[in-house]
Design a protein around this ligand. Structure first.
Ligand code: 7PJ
Length: 292
């Protein structure tokens, strides 16, 4: 990846500025009938209960979430594809209600150009795309919104990504891919300091690949972009601990903390995408206090 110099300790998110001099916590809000790691607790129904959404988000913000990540497409291996209209119907009304009720930073977890544009109009602050703007029209749509984007690496597509993923050198290949996508964004006029990078833990990776990428976080941190880290409740934690999805809290918090330490230790900045905001925030606060 070519070296560029950016100020990666603050992120301009539309009208808001996100301070990244310490790790920011992004709380996950899945508006999908089949999301795999909210344990089916919050939104397992196709119908979203608006009061429940507000209560959930209010709690995440009280617990210290800096960003709320709203997603209407399940990327679970084998998940059913969602139509553009379905995705819009799931996320836009919820986003409108959230921006009307809370003064937080909202990111939209989508690969769909129409959703990016509508979400930006509804007040979203960040575009988070697990396909790194690879869908037709996504790159132009994202640039048009003027919002910062998270480019995530995924090998293949959710339906087949865990069918025997292979790499020659996983860290090098992920960095090469993200570097190419970043260049496409820059070519269309996006500012370098509006780009976040994400190695895409669990997206077309074995446990060994995930661990190599984890160990590469300090290398990634030197690329001058904030790194978004999504480890929360993922199967790599289940594999290490032999723990099912309801028993991955300590593993998730531990990994988030270790990731933050590696990234900040290398001079970088991080956003931690988590389901358990309160517990992650407590771990980070202990770490910050010990540094004083
Ligand atoms: C990620 C994500 C991630 C980014 C999901 C899950 C699967 N976006 N969306 N990074 N994971 N940027 O939450 O387990 O790792 S959905």
């Amino acid at each position: 990846m070519n070296k560029i110099k950016t100020s990666q300790k603050r992120l301009q998110c539309g009208s808001k500025i996100l301070n990244l001099s310490k790790p920011a916590v992004m709380g996950v809000l899945n508006i999908t009938p089949d999301s795999f790691s909210d344990g089916g607790n919050v939104f397992s129904q196709a119908q979203v209960d608006p009061v429940k959404v507000l209560t959930t988000v209010s709690k995440m913000i009280d617990d210290g979430a800096d960003i709320i990540d709203l997603g209407g497409e399940s990327t679970r291996p084998g998940a059913k594809p969602v139509s553009v209209q379905q995705e819009l119907d799931r996320v836009i009304p919820v986003l409108n209600s959230l921006t009307a009720n809370f003064d937080s930073v909202f990111s939209i977890d989508t690969s769909t150009p129409e959703v990016m544009k509508e979400a930006a109009s509804a007040g979203a602050h960040i575009i988070n795309d697990v396909r790194a703007l690879g869908r037709e029209g996504a790159l132009d749509a994202a640039v048009e919104t003027g919002l910062p984007v998270c480019l995530m690496h995924m090998q293949n597509q959710p339906k087949n990504m865990q069918d025997n993923p292979e790499y020659r050198d996983v860290l090098a290949e992920v960095l090469e891919f993200l570097g190419e996508r970043r260049q496409q964004c820059l070519n269309l006029g996006m500012q370098a300091d509006q780009i976040l990078l994400d190695p895409g833990f669990g997206f077309g990776k074995t446990l060994a690949h995930n661990l190599s990428l984890f160990n590469g976080l300090s290398t990634m941190a030197k690329e001058s972009h904030p790194i978004l880290v999504g480890l929360s409740r993922k199967s790599m934690i289940g594999q290490i601990l032999d723990a099912d999805v309801n028993d991955r809290l300590i593993g998730s918090v531990t990994m988030a903390l270790l990731a933050a330490q590696a990234i900040y230790g290398a001079g970088g900045s991080a956003i931690l995408r988590v389901h358990d905001v309160k517990e992650t925030k407590q771990a980070l606060n202990i770490w910050q206090a010990t540094k004083k």
